[in-house]
Design a binder for this molecule. Structure first.
Ligand code: PEP
Ligand code: MN
Length: 341
């Protein structure tokens, strides 16, 4: 049931008009008249009232506010599916008791470096290797990634280490080549509302790692997940990676409250990326620990064997030794919140 609150002083004919519109749409209305204002309860399955229709009611004369009870996202919503979604990738399951740590360089640079990083993060307990072959760089003059050559290096590293690969897609035209090499496809923050791209990845059945946009609300993120799921792909992993705020002390503001909010609103797994969230290697470990304490199902962390020489995001990359220490500390926190790494 949705609720329509009328303005104080709304007229009887305004009320009649709204009720007529509701009836015409197949709903019943209960009217409760208070001393100050009148409230209309809309009876029936209001989940099929679109957002635009809801807005149309909100702008009718006499209306102060419309309270929607059902969320505009359905497939992604906990109302639709109460049990946590568990996503299987090879022998790994994301969203269950086990916490997964995805680690690796920001960008794939060359095979020996990638392999060295992968071996070290695997030894420390990471379960997925990350690395961008198509990089969304702010400047067109910055390193843009190795393209398919980078994907081949990722596949070779998977072969040698057994770690599944997560990598970003930026353009629907790269779908075939990405499908050939990736185990999980990342949609980056800058593409979270690239609806053509969302629909494209939704029409395949590879798991999708969907990063929250720089200025996206939790609802925007869940609506983006809905785009993917509406195409038939339910394997969506949500990622909080920081949002833009007025704060300049950190690269972004890592919104850790989004973790319990998302877990409440949705059944999808939630992973936190403290590297992009904070933007400085010193802040990565404390925020990673806080994320696990807040209930995240995993982490994505940038690691580089030589951050000073990294072609992108070196300043926020952990050295393998620091990553190893973090993994040990995370085990204690995971245990305290009933999870394991
Ligand atoms: C990345 O993972 O390297 C990346 C570019 O992330 P984001 O889209 O969150 O900025
Ligand atoms: Mn990066």
């Amino acid at each position: 049931m949705d609720i329509i609150v009328l303005r104080p002083g709304a007229t009887a004919s305004e009320l009649r008009y709204i009720v007529k519109k509701l009836k015409g749409r197949g709903f019943d209305a209960t009217i409760s008249k208070g001393t100050e204002r009148t409230v209309i309860g809309v009876i029936g399955d209001t989940s099929n009232i679109t957002e635009d229709e809801g807005n149309a009611f909100a702008s009718m004369p006499g209306v102060e506010k419309v309270h929607r009870i059902t969320q505009p996202f359905k497939l992604a919503s906990r109302d639709f599916k109460s049990k946590d979604t568990i996503i299987r990738v090879g022998k790994n399951t994301i969203g269950g008791k086990k916490i997964h740590v995805i680690a690796g360089p920001c960008a794939v640079e060359n095979l020996p470096t990638l392999l060295k990083i992968a071996q070290s993060v695997k030894k420390a307990g990471a379960t997925f290797i990350r690395g961008g072959a198509f990089k969304p760089r702010t400047s067109p003059y910055s390193f843009q990634g190795l393209g398919e050559e980078g994907l081949k290096f990722l596949a070779e590293v998977r072969e040698k280490t057994g770690m599944p690969v997560i990598t970003e897609i930026m353009d629907p035209r790269d779908m075939d080549v990405i499908l050939k090499y990736a185990d999980i496809i990342q949609i980056g923050a800058r593409n979270m509302q690239n609806f053509r791209l969302l629909r494209e990845v939704g029409s395949h059945n590879k798991p999708i790692f969907l990063k929250r946009g720089l200025s996206a609300t939790v609802k925007d993120l869940l609506m983006a997940a809905e785009y993917i799921m509406a195409q038939g792909n339910n394997k969506v992993i949500l990622c909080e990676r920081g949002i833009r705020t007025f704060e300049t002390a950190t690269r972004n503001t890592l919104d850790l409250s989004a973790v319990p909010v998302l877990k409440h609103l949705s059944h999808l797994p939630v992973i936190v990326d403290p590297s992009h969230g904070a933007g400085q290697w010193r802040l990565v470990s404390p925020m990673a620990k806080a994320a696990i304490a807040a209930g995240a199902d995993g982490l994505m962390i940038e690691v580089h064997s030589n951050p000073e020489e990294a072609l992108s995001d070196g300043e926020q990359s952990l050295k393998p030794e620091k990553f190893n220490v973090l993994m040990r500390e995370l085990r204690v926190i995971a245990k305290a919140v009933g999870r394991k790494i």
